[in-house]
Design a protein around this ligand. Structure first.
Ligand code: CDP
Length: 213
């Protein structure tokens, strides 16, 4: 969806891919460079998963999600990620989160959304679609470093197993499975530095912006 009415410009960048592939880092950098808003949609599912762990049925948790649930600082743990992935397979949970994500994607000034189904289900008309991947060992190593730095006691092998389990569930579910949109650009970050991955993503956005002026 891209409409230009005076200063009102809608431009959506959809970034999907498996766990810890670098979606968030790339999404934040693009938002920063191009002055767009950024939504980490994984946080919505993590907030639902967190509430599910607290005993709230996932469908209720999703349909009554509040800003303070998403702002919690304890959403980045492996157990919350697993609970998020389980809740994310429930169609009613996903349905409850669609309107918020689509509204966000159409906001003035453009938006970058990262997740699993942004280019396929949430924003099939996004101007730029990236499917960011990296080999599983690289992703596990990156996530293990992040978790270790934030004080989570976990081995790299446990992180790898957890990522494999989540990717398998996310890719095989019936409701909005994790899959690259047909028109998505594949970006494998396995051998790229953060700067190189960001530069590649920026080039795709610039090229698309150039086509529209
Ligand atoms: O950061 P990481 O890539 O490990 O995960 P995340 O993006 O925070 O997503 C956590 C979980 O939420 C995923 O494993 C998916 O099951 C689910 N999710 C989803 O189903 N759809 C999205 N658009 C975003 C996340």
């Amino acid at each position: 969806m891209c409409k230009s009415k005076g200063m009102f410009v809608q431009f959506t960048v959809a970034i999907d891919g498996p766990a810890a592939a670098g979606k968030g880092t790339i999404a934040r950098a693009l938002a920063d460079t191009f002055g767009m808003a950024h939504l980490d949609t994984g946080l919505l599912y993590r907030a639902v998963g967190r509430r599910a762990l607290d005993g709230v049925p996932p469908v209720i948790a999703a349909s009554t999600l509040r800003h303070r649930d998403i702002a919690r600082t304890d959403l980045r743990t492996p157990d919350v990620a697993q609970a998020a992935s389980e809740a994310a397979a429930i169609p009613e949970v996903r349905a409850a989160l669609v309107a918020f994500q689509r509204d966000f994607a159409r906001r003035e000034g453009g938006a970058v959304l990262d997740g699993r189904d942004i280019g396929t289900v949430i924003c099939p008309d996004a101007e730029v679609k990236l499917f960011v991947t990296a080999d599983a060992n690289t992703r596990a190593n990156r996530r293990w470093q992040e978790l270790s730095q934030s004080g989570v006691d976990i081995t790299e092998a446990e992180v790898l197993a957890s990522i494999h389990e989540r990717d398998a569930r996310d890719a095989s579910r019936d409701a909005a499975p994790m899959v690259a949109a047909q028109d998505a650009i594949q970006l494998d970050t396995s051998t790229l530095t953060i700067d190189e991955a960001v530069a590649a993503a920026q080039a795709h956005v610039k090229a698309r912006q150039g086509n529209q002026t």
